[in-house]
Design a protein around this ligand. Structure first.
Ligand code: FIX
Ligand code: ZN
Length: 416
């Protein structure tokens, strides 16, 4: 049992952070068996909505014209604009270079056709295995929405055969737009009405229970706007309290709340149209206090919410803070937020998720994050050594495994 000293601290932490196998608790990935929903390859990487938003910082072409082009043409334009005409310094742009480098390609070829060719010759399953291995990811949690008819067909016809991909039941259409979407529930065979009468409530509960079981959901999840408020007399708040929380409790799974997204501020941008706003922490306090037998995984999108979120987590053991979500996933913010969480919560949080939409995102999101957290952790253990606390290699390994995987599974109450 090697005791760590100032000389080997950085090396041991870096080694353990590099080799820990990750449970990626929130992605938008699908298994290879889900046909066109399974996204991979350089054209998908270049047309990631983060990069589309960045492309339009420079491009003057009409939005409609861009979106009418084929995926390969869009990728070509983005590549020329963000990588050739300007240096790719943003986090999402650099991410593409990290992926190519980790795949062993020569980024200085600077030739999209070469990247396409070199990736396409690898057999798909071999490629999937290689990406998981390069990213050091053992399993990912998906985002699964039965209201999406394309996705629903895959669950109904095929189901998921790849155990690395685990399901999460996404509730956005149900909670955020019930008035528009309740007819979808009727099509799915649930006798619901526009008004939340007793029968409708029990049918929504039946829907939730059926689909949690069908997809074997590890948790339920919803993204919410900055003005999310509970309790209040709204469909969202009422369905949450009357249907979602009772079923989460009954089937013993957490609810993930992803708060602070302002959808479609510039609708011309499609998936890239969303922005953010500061939310009111009092709704989280209310939920954690009122439903102590429910568990809440919470991430917030606004930087301004991060401090009050960690303080709230100190007050409620049924609250698990996770990830540096989306617009927070920039190196300097990740470093600051991770350090603050360690100072405030010790090791009792889930520091990151990838939000990967394209398989190869797993590589860059985790390669970049490992570097950041290794630096932050080194500083924290350094302080322990200065306090005269003897820490062993095994203890460091344990702590890192907790952060990257076990904290999630212990909170969920399942073995990985
Ligand atoms: O709501 C979400 O799960 C968001 O993460 C996505 O909708 C968003 O588009 C995204 O991919 C962010 O990383
Ligand atoms: Zn997401």
């Amino acid at each position: 049992m090697a005791v760590i000293n100032q000389d080997n601290l950085t090396m041991v932490i870096t080694k353990e952070v590099e080799r820990v196998q990750v449970t990626d608790i929130h992605t938008h990935l699908y298994p290879p068996g889900f046909g066109d929903m399974f996204l991979y390859g350089i054209d998908e990487l270049l047309t990631y909505h983060y990069l589309i938003a960045e492309f339009f910082r420079y491009a003057t072409m009409d939005y409609e014209k861009f979106f009418s082009l084929s995926k390969m043409q869009q990728a070509e334009l983005i590549y020329q604009t963000l990588f050739i005409k300007h240096s790719p310094v943003s986090e999402a742009q650099r991410g593409v270079l990290t992926v190519l480098k980790e795949l062993g390609l020569d980024v200085n070829k600077r030739d999209l056709r070469v990247f396409r060719e070199q990736i396409s010759i690898i057999p798909v399953m071999e490629y999937v295995n290689r990406i998981f291995a390069l990213a050091g990811v053992k399993e990912v949690i998906m985002t699964n929405d039965p209201f999406d008819s394309t996705e629903r067909q895959w669950w109904e016809k095929v189901g998921n055969k790849d155990p690395r991909f685990k399901a999460a039941l996404r509730l956005d259409p149900l909670l955020n737009d019930y008035e528009k979407n309740y007819k979808e529930l009727i099509k799915l065979g649930y006798r619901v009405d526009r008004c939340l009468d007793e029968n409708t409530i029990s049918e929504i509960k039946r829907y939730l229970k059926d689909w949690v079981k069908k997809i074997n959901a590890v948790y339920m999840a919803v993204s919410l706007p900055p003005d999310f408020t509970v309790p209040e007399d709204s469909y969202c708040s009422r369905i949450l309290e009357l249907c979602v929380l009772p079923i989460c409790k009954e089937v013993k799974i957490p609810l993930a709340l992803m708060i602070g997204v302002k959808r479609s501020v510039n609708p011309y941008l499609g998936l890239a149209a969303d922005s953010l706003g500061k939310a009111d922490i009092r709704s989280i306090e209310y939920l954690c206090r009122t439903y102590p037998e429910n568990k809440f995984l919470v991430t917030m999108l606004s930087k301004e919410n991060q401090h009050e979120l960690v303080v709230t987590a100190r007050k409620f053991r049924n609250l698990m803070v996770f990830g540096c979500w989306w617009f927070l996933n920039n190196p300097d913010m990740v470093k600051e937020i991770t350090s603050m969480r360690l100072d405030t919560l010790g090791l009792s949080f889930i520091p990151q998720h990838s939000d990967a939409r394209v398989l190869e995102h797993l590589i860059y999101k985790w390669v970049h994050f490992r570097k950041i957290i290794a630096g932050v952790l080194t500083k924290k253990y350094q302080l322990l050594l200065e306090n005269g606390w003897r820490v062993t290699e095994e203890e460091i390994k344990r702590d890192i495994e907790d952060l990257f995987s076990n904290n999630f599974w212990n909170f969920v109450g399942r073995n990985s």
